[in-house]
Structures are given as structure tokens and as C-alpha cells.
Write a protein that binds this ligand. Structure first.
Ligand code: AMP
Length: 282
């Protein structure tokens, strides 16, 4: 069933889901693709019921144009979900802004032990306050046992884990691997905005991450960073916003490698004005 009202959604879930059953939750902003579907498949393999939210959350956009341009394809989204998930295990929540925010569309302020100040936090002011606000609301109205997030937004995944731990919510946060297009570009709703040529060309982002991973085995963090920057300088059409090597746990950029520490390379690049994001475990 599909709900636009959070009150009706909560009532419905209370009736539908038996006390012995578990709820898996996948929050999305719609324009769904196989990346989202992979989260739903993971959720339904581990839980009895699946709730999917489809909501383009205005408070997590720092750029009004980006919010306006964000694709909204609700009818296709519903068809796609129903192709993979049987309806008796599925509930969809697809509200209007008013149902979530009431009269004032504003975000609350959250602190996530510094995870919010780097990368996406530094480059998109207020973004993670918007993310915290919408998730607090959704977790409250859905009350899931587990929630599933993509490693594609690795910083978001770590922040959600932090938020849940800080608030002592009883929700298990599960990270799921990045789904990619056949040539390697990380699947994203934004890929639809690329011309067919650019969509192919955009595989360069993942190619450079894979090169960085190999190079990183033998070279310093600084040299690996320089390599990626040099690769992008030579590649026409791309504008590199950042390539950062950070600790997986703190997300702080690192300058020196230590054994047994886990590092990840994080990248954001523009192509045809579209902001593309990706990361790789190093
Ligand atoms: P979005 O609709 O972009 O807000 O994404 C909703 C969820 O899907 C987030 O947890 C994302 O990390 C996840 N997601 C988006 N793209 C991918 C992908 N290519 N592979 C895996 N998860 C993804």
C-alpha cells in the first residue's frame, strides 16, 4: 500500500505488522534504480516487512536549483519496486513536504562528533542537519528494526550510525555495497541528467578510483592525491570538487598511513554540471 500521510502510515503498520515480525526500512529520494533496489532486496532478505520512503527532502539541499532539478518519477518508482517486492510485504510512504514539515520547512541542528564537518558537510552546508531531521521523523513514524543505506553515500552511512548510537534508538543500520552501471559509474538518480556520451565518459571517475587504490599500496597519501588530481586535470569536461583520503571511522582526511587502519578514497566531480559522487575502500 502507498501512503501520503504519516499518521495513516503509522496506523497501518501497527495493524499490519505482527509483534513477532520485523520491519526493514529503505529511505530514498525516488528516481529509483538498481542501487535502491539492491537495498530493498537486502532488507526483505533480512526482515519480514519492507517500508520504502520516497521523498525529496528539501532541507538537505543547500542549492535551490539542485532541489528543483532533482528528478521526480513516482509512478515509475512504484512500478519498479513492485517488480521486485511482493505487495503483501511492502508499504510505501510517499508524502508531500507539508506532511513531513508542517508549516515550516526547517531542519533541526545535529552534532555528529565532527563527522559532519568534512567532505559533504564542508561542501554542502546544512546537508547533514537535513538528513538528521528527515531520518528522525521517518524512524519515529515507521519504527523499523533495521534500516538500509548505500555505501555510495559513505559519509551519510557513518553519520546515520552515529545518530542512532547517540540517540540510543533500537535500529540496526546496515551498509550495502555500491551498485554500478556496466562500465563502472556508480548508479545515481543524477546520472539521468547526463547526455549518453557523458554517461559513458563518467566511468572515468571509477577508473581513477581503481587506479588510486593500486597506486596507494606503494605510495604515500599525498602522492596518491596528486595522482588523482593530475588525472582529472588532463581529462576535459570534468571538474574535480574533491578527492580525499580519509579514515573510514572518523572520516578525517589523513596525511600518513598506519598499518591496520582502514582508509577510503572519496571523490566528487562535476560533468555537464552534474555533481557525481563515489568512493572506494583503499
Ligand atoms: P537517494 O535516493 O539518492 O537519497 O539514495 C537512497 C539510498 O540509496 C541511500 O542510502 C543511498 O546511499 C543508496 N544508493 C544510492 N545509489 C546507490 C548505489 N549506486 N548503490 C547502492 N546504494 C545506493
Amino acid at each position: 500500500m502507498i501512503f501520503k500521510s504519516h499518521k495513516l502510515l503509522t496506523e497501518h503498520l501497527k495493524k499490519k505488522v505482527k509483534s513477532s515480525e520485523t520491519i526493514g526500512f529503505v529511505p530514498t529520494m525516488g528516481a529509483l534504480h538498481q542501487g535502491h533496489i539492491s537495498l530493498m532486496k537486502a532488507a526483505i532478505s533480512q526482515c519480514d516487512q519492507l517500508v520504502v520512503s520516497i521523498f525529496v527532502n528539501p532541507t538537505q539541499f543547500d542549492n535551490k536549483k539542485d532541489l528543483e532539478k532533482y528528478p521526480r518519477t513516482i509512478n515509475n518508482d512504484i512500478k519498479l519496486i513492485q517488480k521486485f517486492i511482493t505487495t503483501d510485504q511492502l508499504t510505501i510512504y510517499a508524502p508531500e513536504v507539508k506532511d513531513v514539515y508542517g508549516k515550516q520547512t526547517v531542519a533541526k541542528t545535529y552534532r555528529y562528533d565532527g563527522l559532519e564537518h568534512v567532505m559533504e558537510g564542508a561542501n554542502r552546508p546544512g546537508h547533514f542537519n537535513g538528513v538528521g531531521t528527515i531520518l528522525e521523523f521517518l524512524f519515529k513514524v515507521i519504527d523499523p528494526d533495521q534500516a538500509f543505506f548505500g555505501e555510495k553515500d559513505f559519509q551519510q552511512l557513518q553519520i546515520v550510525k552515529k545518530l542512532v548510537a547517540q540517540q540510543k534508538w533500537h535500529i540496526k543500520i546496515i551498509g550495502c555495497p555500491i551498485e554500478r552501471e556496466p562500465h563502472g559509474l556508480a548508479m545515481s538518480s543524477r546520472n539521468e541528467r547526463l547526455s549518453p556520451e557523458a554517461r559513458k565518459k563518467a566511468q572515468f571517475i571509477y577508473t581513477s578510483l581503481k587506479l588510486a587504490k593500486i597506486y596507494f599500496q606503494q605510495h604515500s597519501i599525498k602522492k596518491t592525491q596528486k595522482l588523482v588530481e593530475a588525472l582529472f586535470k588532463k581529462e576535459p569536461g570534468f571538474e574535480l570538487e574533491y578527492f580525499t583520503i580519509a579514515s573510514e571511522e572518523t572520516l578525517k582526511p589523513v596525511v600518513r598511513k598506519y598499518k591496520k587502519h582502514h582508509y577510503r578514497g572519496f571523490i566528487v566531480a562535476y560533468l555537464e554540471g552534474v555533481r557525481l559522487i563515489d568512493n572506494i575502500a583503499l
